[in-house]
Design a protein around this ligand. Structure first.
Ligand code: BDR
Ligand code: CA
Length: 324
């Protein structure tokens, strides 16, 4: 079976991505071999705590969680990143919609995330799928240490960026790229081949409140948690991004796409990230005078998504998980 590593800033849609991954494991699609913690919606410490608590609630406290790098390399402050009011409004003060769930009985691993990912790449090769869905600091460091990583593994499919639509933190920048534009730029320039699941497609993958009724009706701790957390997310979207009639399934779509690439259609580009000025954090194709600088396209940017098929699979996988 294929192996999956999720690199998460466990926030609400990251927790839904965990649910999708575990549901996919139950369906025999993949094995979730570990979660690594990055930052964005939450700090690394909170994200690791949430990943442990959520996997335990889903009956899977065997899934190891590894702490990743806790701030950008370029950070002026020698302190771990902490989320600001914007992230707290969307994901709650605790990152998971202020739902109170017990801590996991298990602690995080002591091995750093970068070492875990490189070891897994060497062990599993093309069977390994890596899905980063928060600040790109840890995955960029993996590429710095192991520049051949994309030829070793099956896929690096990240959630982040926006090529054809505006950003969600500034007119140019999407949140995961905005957290550490230098890391994202290193990732896409390093020759490492990636697939980008950006706002171009995640803004089409909107979940409505009526669609999650089966989670609540399951009458389980997992179902109550999933429904309560998602209600919080849908409420926060109604305030902050009312143009969507629900909430966007950003991170679950990245997991779905890496497991079944037929769900998306992509455009190959040499991606770059703007690092200066008002467009800092924008993802953009690299063209010089209308001609591509490098004929080798390193990023496949998702521009189409089969929304109905994705959402059906998402609801099937997560509802099955809520039932147990
Ligand atoms: C991305 O930013 C985070 O808030 C979400 O978890 C998602 O990964 C959307 O821009
Ligand atoms: Ca995320």
């Amino acid at each position: 079976t294929r192996k999956l590593i999720l690199d998460l800033d466990t926030g609400i849609d990251d927790a839904l991505a965990i649910a999708y991954a575990i549901g996919s494991e139950q369906a025999g699609d993949v094995e979730l071999i570990g979660i690594t913690g990055t930052y964005g919606n939450v700090s690394v410490a909170t994200g690791v705590r949430n990943a442990l608590a959520v996997t335990a609630l889903f009956g899977r406290d065997d899934i190891p969680v590894y702490p990743g790098i806790d701030r950008p390399r370029t950070a002026a402050e020698p302190l771990p990143y902490e989320p600001g009011p914007g992230a707290r409004r969307i994901h709650g003060d605790n990152g998971i919609g202020d739902m109170a769930i017990p801590d996991s009985p298990r602690a995080a691993e002591t091995t750093p995330a970068v070492d875990f990912i490189i070891d897994a790449a060497e062990t599993y090769g093309r069977d390994l799928l890596i899905v980063p869905t928060g600040a790109m600091t840890t995955i960029a460091e993996v590429c710095r240490r192991e520049p051949g990583i994309s030829r070793l593994v099956g896929s690096i499919t990240f959630m982040g960026g926006a090529l054809t639509v505006p950003g969600n933190v500034t007119p140019g920048a999407e949140a995961n790229i905005a957290q550490d534009p230098e890391a994202a730029d290193y990732l896409v320039r390093s020759g490492v081949e990636t697939t980008m699941i950006g706002l171009d497609v995640t803004h089409q993958a909107v979940l409505r409140r009526d669609e999650i009724l089966p989670w609540r009706q399951a009458g389980t701790a997992a179902g109550d948690f999933l429904a309560g957390m998602t209600d919080f997310y849908i409420d926060s979207y109604a305030h902050t991004q009312p143009e969507h009639a629900g909430c966007c399934l950003h991170d679950p779509l990245a997991v779905a796409a890496v497991l079944d690439p037929t769900l998306i259609g992509t455009l190959g580009v040499n991606l770059r990230v703007d690092l200066d000025g008002p467009w800092r954090g924008r993802t953009i194709g690299d063209r010089a005078g209308g001609r591509l600088v490098d004929p080798h396209k390193t990023t496949q940017v998702a521009v189409r998504v089969d929304v109905l098929r994705f959402k059906q699979r998402f609801l099937d996988r997560v509802t099955a998980l809520a039932a147990v």
